[in-house]
Write a protein that binds this ligand. Structure first.
Ligand SMILES: *Cc1c(COP(=O)(O)O)cnc(C)c1O
Length: 686
């Protein structure tokens, strides 16, 4: 498949580059500029990054000549500690710095004595998990390719939540304090928008953040909506406090109103000319209502629906928003409520508004996030089967490649060339397959990453020679977080008969998800019980999983464990971060892995989904799949110890073949390719 990048089109003069925005008019949109931002924003620089790309993209977004996309997402995962490290000349509020994490292990003594200290800036706390990280990576790859795109999101004043492990009592969610006014790169705008609701006017301030391309030559803005304004009543001010607050349907409806309707009003207020509205999940579906309500000639709505596209991210029931019409009617003004019923009722007699249905039914193009997910979506929504295309997720290569792998790819520049702009060149690693020197360097680059992680958790006496398994993700039932501990006697047997074993875990459960919290309790319990075997098995769980740890863990362990219950993992992306760094997969056959498995990137085990039924997400198949896991793990560990022991690397090992297959596979599983497909099939910006 040939994907044309906007970059190429520009160089061929297909698009005329429009005028840029002037610096004075850019600055005039910033609130409190003279008091707070004069040292960090100048004609040359934006928090240490070049100003020019900002003025260019602002120009294209305002221009009628260039097609632009607005990408609506409840969350955006952006972490300056691993990408886009803006500078700030003023002192930063302490709450934006992040220093210590508790670790819970089966080596108890250390848990009492030590904490992990990391000197880094807090991730922009606007995401909860994979959906947000993907949205962030999408913006980065869109910037890399010079697309005219704007992200629309929400300014979560208290983030998602900060995870604390209470010694042996599980997860305790703590409010995430942070200060947007001293967060480098984030700027408040003078623009405010207002949504009229049954409870009175809701005012929203707009903020901006810029995502740069990896070479800092291009950028795209993200606009964030914030209800924490003096004009608002006290309970309205809290609406944009916490991402996915779910204790009350009132919060949920308001948060979706802010993203969808507020987002459309924000575009209007900024004067952007948008050709495509991309709803990343059904959360943003109310954008359709705003388009309809503001349309003078309602018969024109079908033409406008052409401009809406939708990405669905999960086959899991809880991921699809449904609200009772009565509840929506208590909040939305009359004409919005009528539009919601017109667009979002599955049947005329339904008393609910379904945001997934609203998006499926009214967007001209719809995509699933992996081929397998496309198959499942067509089963779940047969009426829309013809509309559903799958565009497989990816990761932003430049963000997730570790330093030692970047150095290795750069060292073989004759092979990998400009792999940052063209990740497809990673497939050329095949040419190095028989090169002994390279095979050794590849394994050494991996060992380097492993040492990096082990330096951070050194107090737990983690050993470089020992086989290390990693699992880190959002704690959700279908991901089966405690599968590896289902029969701990089996892990003990493996460690006794094959060799020692280290397991490192991390993950947050949604604060209102009791089942998720129970999984964490269960994991902590198992870790506790493994104390007797601490000489041959070392298990660590790290507090407060974020993108920094996401990067650290995915690139440093020997094998990445992925054990969702098929077919409920729509895609998954953490394994893609792992393969880019030569970390092998031990996985069930689900999500993206279905498309990658034939490349022999590790080991597949457990239940495989087939047939025309989706199945039950509560039927977790723990007994049979844990058995399959232990059997496969025995094979994995044997090969590991044949590959690396007594500090000797066996360069002939099949392990290294698999590492090479992993990197080759990264040529496809990246957001550069994904964004190209989004453009070709959904945005059509060229
Ligand atoms: C990559 C990433 C995810 C997504 O991982 P999955 O494999 O999709 O579960 C979630 N959280 C963080 C912090 C990540 O870096």
């Amino acid at each position: 498949m040939k994907i044309i990048y906007r970059e190429e089109a520009l160089s061929k003069d297909v698009i005329q580059d429009p005028a840029t925005l002037s610096y004075p008019s850019f600055v005039s949109s910033i609130d409190r500029f003279a008091e707070q931002y004069t040292n960090d924003i100048s004609e040359q620089f934006y928090f240490g990054f070049p100003m020019d790309p900002i003025l260019k993209v602002e120009g294209t977004l305002l221009s009628e000549q260039v097609k632009s996309t607005a990408y609506f997402s409840m969350e955006f995962g952006i972490a300056p500690s691993i990408y886009n490290s803006f500078q700030l000349s003023r002192p930063m509020n302490e709450s934006n710095k992040f220093f210590t994490h508790e670790v819970f292990s089966n080596y108890w003594l250390c848990d009492y004595l030590f904490r992990v200290k990391i000197d880094k800036i807090l991730d922009l706390p606007l995401y909860g998990g994979g959906l947000g990280v993907l949205a962030g990576d999408t913006m980065k790859s869109a910037a890399d390719q010079g697309f005219s795109i704007i992200g629309i999101g929400v300014m979560w004043n208290k983030g998602y939540f900060k995870q604390k492990f209470w010694y042996k009592h599980g997860q305790v969610p703590v409010e995430q304090a942070w200060d947007p006014y001293t967060y480098p790169g984030l700027i408040p705008l003078k623009n405010k928008v207002m949504i009229q609701t049954k409870e009175g006017p809701l005012y929203l301030r707009l903020w901006k953040y810029y995502v740069y391309s990896f070479d800092k030559k291009k950028a795209c803005p993200i606009v964030l909506l914030d209800s924490n304004l003096e004009e608002n009543s006290p309970h309205f001010r809290k609406l944009t406090d916490q991402l996915y607050r779910s204790d009350d349907v009132w919060w949920k409806i308001f948060q979706r109103l802010i993203l969808g309707v507020g987002g459309m009003k924000a575009l209007e207020s900024l004067g952007y000319v948008v050709n495509c509205y991309h709803l990343n999940e059904g959360h943003a579906a109310f954008a359709l209502l705003e388009k309809y309500v503001t349309l003078k000639d309602k018969t024109q709505i079908d033409a406008f629906k052409e401009n809406f596209v939708f990405t669905c991210h999960t086959p899991v029931e809880a991921g699809h928003d449904r609200f009772r019409i009565d509840d929506v009617g208590r909040i939305l003004e009359k004409e919005y409520l009528e539009a919601a019923q017109k667009f979002g009722k599955v049947s005329p007699s339904s008393d609910q508004i379904n945001l997934t249905f609203m998006s499926l039914n009214n967007c001209s193009k719809v995509n699933a996030v992996a081929a397998k997910h496309g198959e499942i979506m067509r089963i779940q929504f047969p009426n829309f089967a013809n509309k559903i295309r799958s565009i497989t997720n990816g990761i932003h290569i430049h963000t997730w490649a570790s330093d030692s792998f970047q150095a290795l790819f750069d060292q073989y520049k004759n092979i990998f060339d400009d792999w940052r702009s063209h990740p497809e060149y990673l497939a050329k690693i095949r040419e190095l397959e028989g090169n002994e020197v390279f095979r050794r360097e590849l394994f050494e680059a991996h060992l380097n990453n492993k040492r990096n992680l082990f330096k951070i958790v050194k107090n737990w006496r983690i050993k470089e020679e020992v086989f290390t398994l990693g699992w880190a993700r959002r704690i959700a039932g279908y991901k089966r977080p405690a599968l590896i501990f289902h029969k701990t006697a089996e892990i003990v047997k493996l460690a006794k008969t094959i060799g020692p074993l280290q397991i490192i875990l991390a993950g947050k459960a949604h604060p209102n998800d009791n089942i998720g919290a129970a999984h964490i309790d269960e994991i902590l319990d198992h870790i506790d019980q493994l104390n007797n075997y601490k000489d041959i098995i070392r298990v660590l769980i790290l507090e407060n999983y974020d993108t920094y740890f996401g990067k650290l863990l995915t690139n440093s362990v020997d094998v990445w464990l992925n054990n969702p219950l098929p077919p409920f993992e729509a895609s998954g992306t953490s394994g893609m971060k792992a393969i880019l760094n030569g970390v092998l997969q031990l996985s069930t056959l689900d999500g993206w892995v279905v498309e990658a498995a034939q490349n022999n990137i590790g080991w597949i085990f457990g239940y495989q989904h087939k047939g025309a039924e989706v199945g039950q997400e509560t039927d977790l198949r723990l007994d049979e799949d844990s058995k399959a896991l232990y059997q496969t793990l025995a094979e994995v560990m044997k090969l590991y110890y044949q590959t690396y022991s007594h500090k000797q690397i066996n360069t002939k090992s099949e392990w290294i073949d698999k590492m090479i297959n992993c990197i080759q596979t990264s040529a496809f599983f990246n957001t550069q390719r994904m964004v190209g497909e989004y453009n070709q099939y959904m945005w059509q910006l060229l």
